[in-house]
Design a protein around this ligand. Sequence first.
Ligand SMILES: Nc1ncnc2c1ncn2[C@@H]1O[C@H](COP(=O)(O)OP(=O)(O)OP(=O)(O)O)[C@@H](O)[C@H]1O
Ligand SMILES: [Mg+2]
Length: 296
Amino acid sequence: MPVTGPRVGRARERVLTVRGVGKRFGAVRALTDVDFWVNEGEVVALVGDNGAGKSTLVKLLSGVHSPDTGTIEYDGEDVEITSPADAQRLGIATVFQDLALCDNLDVVANLWLGRELVEGTRLDEVDMEQRTWSLLRELSAKISSVRIPVASLSGGQRQTVAIARSLIGDPRVVILDEPTAALGVAQTAEVLNLIERLRERGHGVVLISHNMADVMAVADRVVVLRLGRNNGVYNVAEVTSATLIAAITGATDNAVTRRAAENAKPAPPAASDALITALPGSGPRRMRDLPHDGRP
Ligand SMILES: Nc1ncnc2c1ncn2[C@@H]1O[C@H](COP(=O)(O)OP(=O)(O)OP(=O)(O)O)[C@@H](O)[C@H]1O
Ligand SMILES: [Mg+2]
């Protein structure tokens, strides 16, 4: 298993860029002209109310759906992600909310399911177990045995196993859909620590969450969707939960949304804290570039 070491001290490169994507389901416009990007070594929270389009955006990135309009760039090249296998090949791993673990199998078997290591005609159980331990150690995971069925693990540990499994194949982008939604306080802290480990390893992490405390604790940047459109991008260091909640609920519409709604010319950004006006490098939209690491 190729495991990439921490990419500390390097400029953080853009991995994934979504420009102007739209997606309809019949009469429902799930996404309209959405921009989104992920750099390596950063945690981007994707937030929004129920039905805002978060899962749809993630499904476009993980090859479940294809966009009707817009483009997706990976490493600066236009790509089409037409299947989960395409996403995997590119290096985009998604942990969906149901985790899709096999309860009756142990931790090692779950991690390597479908990608088992073999020695001749036999499974190389020793190698898989050793690699499982080294990955779990690297993630500071609190799992005492890798030879017990995952059914007997706590919710936080199961999330850990699902995340560890997503790292087999060394993806550059890891997408987590509501990883703490079903967890208590201690287990949530465990998963947030794990997300920090992912950032240290250099992965670009997309975190879908309804929990503003989690977002504020672990994200570098927050992208707000509202009614299928962008409604603000913020650096976490410069934003309050109140501002985020206002953007999520529509108490404040940002300039991007207003522009889209009015189909008008670009206007100055709204006076809200730390609003990153839009996508770097998208030409005529007069957008300000974001520092490489996504931080102020
Ligand atoms: N397969 C589908 N068929 C029809 N409509 C869909 C489909 N998937 C999503 N939608 C619609 O698209 C919109 C966006 O849904 P999406 O699931 O992306 O929202 P979300 O932000 O993930 O919401 P939640 O927080 O509830 O998970 C909703 O109006 C939803 O009903
Ligand atoms: Mg969803």
